[in-house]
Design a protein around this ligand. Structure first.
Ligand code: ZN
Length: 239
């Protein structure tokens, strides 16, 4: 009987020691380092949350925060610009049959980038901002565009011409000769399928041509003509 009690006591003691040891061990082992932390990161920083953890942020962050200006002095004309280039990017060749927009009346290489609206913007005012700093050359209604504004800017000391198409002309308060700085509000997008867009869907056409061009063509018929135009996204305005 005495033997059994001693054995039981040893078993209980051993169990307790084991559990205690396990607990202490767990506390002293550092958490596994997250993948994003480099080898040189001191161990004391391993308490940072791993990257996959959702970072709380204000849900309206993207709505009203002006986009950041690029080192070339350019910035996006609309919020969430990258998400909007879904139908006609720069240089796409379209015909009435192959166009991603139906029905289509144009044919040729698209000289600009089209920025689409989000469903909730269909009946809302969508502000368009200047992508660069420069004087307004033209502000008028034009065939294929409806309300249109042409701005002269500089890129790497070279003159360029920027065309904003499908704007509500009456919403543009500045006039030809006035200067628009990067990020300045130009006006709002024209109403879908109205004279403000010349019958097109509500969207922004942004074209950039080399030099102080008077051409406002939205489409050209050859690759060589297209070489007179610059992909707006290459200027960092589609971010
Ligand atoms: Zn377009």
């Amino acid at each position: 009987m005495k033997k059994i009690i001693i054995i039981l006591a040893i078993v209980i003691l051993a169990g307790t020691v084991f559990l205690l040891a396990k607990n202490v061990f767990r506390k002293t082992v550092p958490p596994a380092p997250a993948n994003s932390i480099s080898m040189s990161t001191p161990a004391s920083e391993n308490n940072n949350p791993p990257q996959e953890m959702p970072v709380p942020s204000a849900p309206t962050d993207n709505q009203n925060t002006p986009t950041v200006q690029n080192s070339n002095g350019f910035q996006s004309p609309l919020d969430r610009a990258a998400e909007r280039v879904t139908k006609k990017p720069f240089g796409i060749y379209i015909t009435p049959k192959t166009s991603p927009v139906q029905p289509e009346r144009f044919q040729g290489y698209h000289t600009g980038t089209d920025f689409e609206i989000f469903p909730e913007e269909q009946s809302a005012d969508v502000s368009v901002r200047a992508v660069c700093s420069g004087k307004i050359a033209v502000k008028r209604s034009a065939s294929g565009y409806g309300g249109m504004l042409v701005q002269n800017c500089t890129l790497d000391n070279q003159s360029i011409t920027v065309i904003y198409g499908h704007l509500k002309l009456a919403s543009i308060t500045k006039n030809a000769g006035d200067t628009l700085n990067t990020g300045d509000e130009i006006g709002i997008l024209g109403k879908a399928y109205s004279t403000e867009t010349d019958g097109e869907r509500k969207h922004l056409h942004l074209g950039v041509s080399k030099g102080f061009s008077i051409s406002i063509l939205g489409y050209v018929q050859s690759q060589s003509e297209l070489s007179g135009w610059i992909d707006p996204c290459s200027l960092g305005v589609c971010k």
